[in-house]
Design a protein around this ligand. Structure first.
Ligand code: FES
Ligand SMILES: [Fe+2]
Length: 448
């Protein structure tokens, strides 16, 4: 798809068409969601052989499974016979998936193990297919690429996609913190059971853009939440302690200029951790914080890869230290998005800490979360007010902070001079444009 007239990221002018046009949306499904690495789930959701979690990649239903040998698979949840969803449960444990329509049955690694009636002793395989059906060719379709990144499971439908670590680049410091315990132990987190899923009447890119570096919207959009005091200590949501000495009041955003990922903070400055009303929580997090500081110094990890961030294209998260949660914006139509939220806690968090965090996450994020409600209201109304034929003639403005960046110590990244910038969004949409117009991986990964 030719985006020349729609996308001028160098000058910060982007057509509303990319948020409301059905043609652009179809090009996203064809060229972006079929190629990019996408988050599917977390291994703590499928700890045992036979466990499965029904997930999504773009508009498509997929099954994250752990087979009888313990291996992890991502499979298209669509029967090879006539396309029926072979599994309609959100999660569970099973020996195999029997399609409800005609009964084709697949093992948890996706192999077609039986056709209709076989398990019941009715010989359709012999009588109906003359034993000639090539079962090895008709298994559930697996994603050609799967990566278990410290417990987070990513997949891509493109066999030519680069390794996940290359796609990630130095943005990995943020992802590492997301999947680290509060004391910085990588991989030592688990999902709080239950994924929140809800639909919003907004284009999916509003979600990504919000988390990848939009510090601009905070004061006007979230003032009422800050006034109410939903923070851990009954104060502002943003009240923090223990920030690194020398940290400016507002820290710069970080943008991975070619890869398209972005974060609202700088890797150089620790955001601090909140104060709690409960002494046992304060003790838990202070202990964890001390351990983390020692560990980060010993391992040479940057102290500040925290806060809200977006992994291109559609996984957004709070990398901690607080909260630690992630979301995926699944496209439904140009004007509708299904948002899924996972909440993470330390793998060994005591029950009272995990439960306190669960309650805090729910009042902060998700459909009932006060902060997220502010954001969703903006995204919904912006999408609606951009759909009309007159509104569509006028592009959006992304000119905040043009030319106001400095190199980051991280490869392929810049930091903005001022903490409010649209540099991250401009680079995100430049990357988005490459995918949607069908650039090759060689073009997209050259020199990143
Ligand atoms: S659609 Fe699944 S067995 Fe026919
Ligand atoms: Fe917000």
């Amino acid at each position: 798809m030719d985006l020349t007239d729609l996308l001028d990221t160098a000058n910060g002018v982007i057509s509303r068409e990319i948020f409301v046009s059905e043609a652009v949306y179809q090009a996203e499904l064809d060229n972006l969601f079929t190629r990019a690495w996408l988050l599917v789930g977390h291994e703590s959701q499928i700890p045992e052989p036979g466990d499965f979690f029904s997930s999504r990649m773009g508009t498509e239903s997929v099954l994250l499974t752990r087979d009888s040998e313990g291996a992890i698979h991502v499979l298209l949840n669509s029967c090879r016979h006539r396309g029926m969803k072979v599994c309609r449960y959100d999660e569970g444990n099973t020996l195999n998936f029997m399609c409800p329509y005609h009964g084709w049955t697949y093992s948890t690694d996706g192999k077609l193990v039986a056709v209709a009636g076989e398990l019941l002793g009715v010989p359709h395989f012999r009588a109906g297919y003359g034993s000639r059906l090539d079962r090895s060719a008709w298994g559930l379709v697996p994603t050609p690429k799967v990566c278990n990144y410290h417990g987070l499971i990513f997949a891509s439908w493109d066999p030519d996609a680069p390794p996940f670590e290359e796609y990630l680049g130095d943005f990995h410091w943020w992802l590492d913190n997301l999947c680290s315990s509060a004391s910085g132990d990588i991989g030592q987190v688990r999902v709080v059971r239950g994924v929140q899923k809800w639909r919003i009447r907004a284009n999916w890119k509003f979600v990504s853009e919000n988390f990848l570096g939009d510090n601009y919207h905070g004061p006007p959009s979230h003032e009422s939440v800050d006034a109410v005091g939903i923070g851990p200590g009954g104060t502002s949501a943003a009240t923090r302690h223990g920030a690194a000495p020398g940290k400016p009041r507002s820290v710069a955003s970080t943008s991975f200029t070619r890869l398209g990922h972005g974060a609202t903070g700088s890797a150089r400055y620790f955001l601090g951790y909140p104060a709690f009303e409960e002494p046992e929580l304060t003790a838990y997090f202070e202990r964890a914080e001390a351990a983390r500081a020692t560990r980060f110094e010993a391992e040479g990890r940057p102290i500040g890869a925290m806060g809200p961030a977006t992994l291109f294209p559609s996984m957004s998260f709070h990398a901690g230290p607080f909260p630690r949660a992630l979301m995926v914006a699944h496209p439904v139509s140009p004007w509708e998005t299904e948002v899924w939220r996972w909440y993470l806690v330390d793998a060994d968090a005591p029950p009272e800490v995990a439960d306190w965090l669960r309650r805090y996450y729910l009042r902060y994020s998700g459909p009932g979360g006060l902060v997220e409600q502010d954001d969703m209201e903006n995204w919904d109304y912006a999408t609606e007010a951009s759909r009309g034929p007159i509104a569509r003639r006028y592009p959006y403005n992304y000119q905040l902070g043009i030319g106001m960046t400095q190199p980051s110590a991280l490869r392929g990244a810049v930091e903005s001079d001022y903490f409010m910038t649209e540099e991250n969004a401009r680079n995100f949409y430049a990357r988005w444009g490459q995918f949607v117009q069908g650039d090759s991986w060689a073009q997209m990964m050259d020199g990143v």
